[in-house]
Unconditional design. Structure first.
Length: 287
């Protein structure tokens, strides 16, 4: 597993992807630090990070697009399967390599509050809580991007689909405000989510029976709750979107709170999408 991790990490810097990722993140952070903290004399470094989370929409797809898709396209994934390591170890090693690339600029960014403290007062607790949350947010999005890469052989499709999913996550709170709060609107929204979930299950298993059973059970539960007590659905979908908003949860860190719930949420996302990637690769191995 360690050998795969070293190989993947080395490849990110051989093909310049790692350098581009690090340079772009540091450049954006430097620009916003100059504008917000130095030129505007604003002491809160956490506001810099709060304003640059959108950068993940661009750099995460670039970093993750080749993680699995390139192996499938070049057929080198078959060589990985022949190694005396499990699929889980292969996927985890690839994820840790990507996370290390993210960790490098984050470690450099950790020096910014110390440098800024030379020029004025910096709230170190809030600043470093924000940096930690920033790392967790990036780690969760990397797991999402790696999963999207495992679904295709094309790096371009992997990058575009990753961007689409992450962009949808970025707009979750906006979508929550747009979707009507009526019971039927929430029911339809949950039905659409169920349909997407069923498609993912079918793509991972290629088993129409399992996908059909999942769809039937989900539809039965949704319809049953609606007919028993439709008022439960009033504004429910919007509330769920707000509570699951990946980017909005980061605001708890920038507000000076070390929210354990948000930490668990981000770690759960990482585990979930790494697990889904393992299942996707496993399916490919035996297909």
């Amino acid at each position: 597993m360690y050998a795969i991790y070293k190989k993947e990490l080395k490849n990110y810097f051989i093909n310049m992807t790692g350098y581009i990722f690090i340079a772009f993140m540091l450049a954006i952070t430097g620009i916003f630090t100059t504008i917000i903290n130095l030129m505007s004399s604003y002491p809160s470094f956490e506001q810099v990070l709060a304003n640059i989370t959108i950068v993940f929409l661009l750099i995460v797809p670039i970093l993750t697009m080749r993680s699995i898709a390139e192996e499938r396209h070049s057929k080198t994934d078959q060589l990985l399967y022949s190694l005396p390591v499990s699929v889980s170890q292969i996927v985890i090693a690839k994820y840790l390599a990507m996370f290390t690339v993210l960790l490098i600029p984050t470690a450099i960014i950790s020096l910014y509050p110390l440098i800024l403290s030379i020029f004025g007062t910096v709230y170190f607790g809030t600043a470093y809580a924000s940096i930690f949350g920033f790392l967790l947010l990036g780690g969760a999005l990397l797991a999402v991007g790696m999963f999207m890469s495992s679904l295709t052989e094309s790096q371009v499709i992997a990058a575009v689909s990753s961007f689409g999913v992450i962009f949808a996550m970025y707009l979750m709170s906006t979508l929550a405000a747009i979707i009507p709060s009526s019971e039927i609107a929430s029911l339809i929204s949950f039905a659409v989510v169920l349909g997407i979930f069923v498609l993912i299950i079918y793509n991972l298993t290629k088993n129409a029976t399992i996908a059909g059973i999942t769809a039937a059970v989900g539809a039965f539960i949704l319809a049953g709750i609606y007919f028993i007590n439709s008022s439960v659905y009033g504004g429910l979908f919007s509330s769920v979107l707000n509570s699951l908003s990946v980017f909005d949860r980061y605001s708890t860190f920038t507000n000076g709170l070390f929210d354990l719930t948000s930490v668990v949420y981000y770690l759960s996302l990482i585990v979930l999408f790494v697990f889904c990637t393992i299942q996707s690769v496993e399916k490919r191995r035996w297909s």
